[in-house]
Design a protein around this ligand. Sequence first.
Ligand code: ZN
Length: 306
Amino acid sequence: MQILPYNDNIQKFIRGFFIIKNFKIMLIIIIASIFMMGCGNLEVLPVENSEDSLEIHFIDVGQGDAILIIGPNGENLLIDAGTNSNTDNLLSYIQKQGVKSFTAVVATHPHEDHIGGLDKVIDKFNVQNVYMPRVTHTTKTFEDVLDAIERKGLRIKSIASGVRIPISFGDAMFLAPVSEGYEDLNNYSGVLRLQYGDHAYLFTGDAETLSENEMISEHPPELLSAKVLKVGHHGSSSSTSKEFLDAVKPVYAVISLGEDNSYGHPHVEVLERLENSGAKVFRTDLDGTIILKSDGKEIELLKEGK
Ligand SMILES: [Zn+2]
């Protein structure tokens, strides 16, 4: 605890009044300041949730996706949960960040490299909402997730274009799937757009060109544009068309994939398209876990390194 003289407390209060936009924090400071004025020379109360920044962790889970979003108000999201074999790593990573609960977990689509660890996440953490597209799968992994949801007494909320996740620090809306039925499971991928402050982040799961084209037709350009793009389907050439990149106009592109994977991801065509778009590319196979932090204006990017 820090001890400040009385005058410093007044100055701190006035400064805080002008710079802190968060009403809740301001209220705490006002109450704390009134308390301190009444008592003269007293300690400054710790301000809860004073962190105003958003953190996005593209966790290195090998060939798969797992994206942890730590919101400013303790509202956390998880988009996908990697493979079965990476589950222990994922759980310990989330715990190390001090995360205990999720406003929502999102299973973009039912492939094992996206939902492998989701059953354990639901078991271990306090999960308020589970979002999944309207499609089933016959695998044990998928059944494990359904069992975990049932054990917790949760109900699945369906992902569709226009559905929003209720968060207070920004806007989280799904842009896909636009249609109700697809031949390829990848195209059922929930594509989430998160707006926080000045910037938007687009998380595409494994959505392929068919879904990308639907999004371009369905949504106004301002909804598609995003500063950061989680590149679709681990950098496969079946996603990330030139037209989609022209619409999104990402400054940063993150590819989540495993080293020496058997699919040849990322495909060279996608790397070329990304280079031509001017986006700066980050890859979990080369950079390890990639962390973005933003106060809503600046974006800071950290790489775990390998
Ligand atoms: Zn995948």
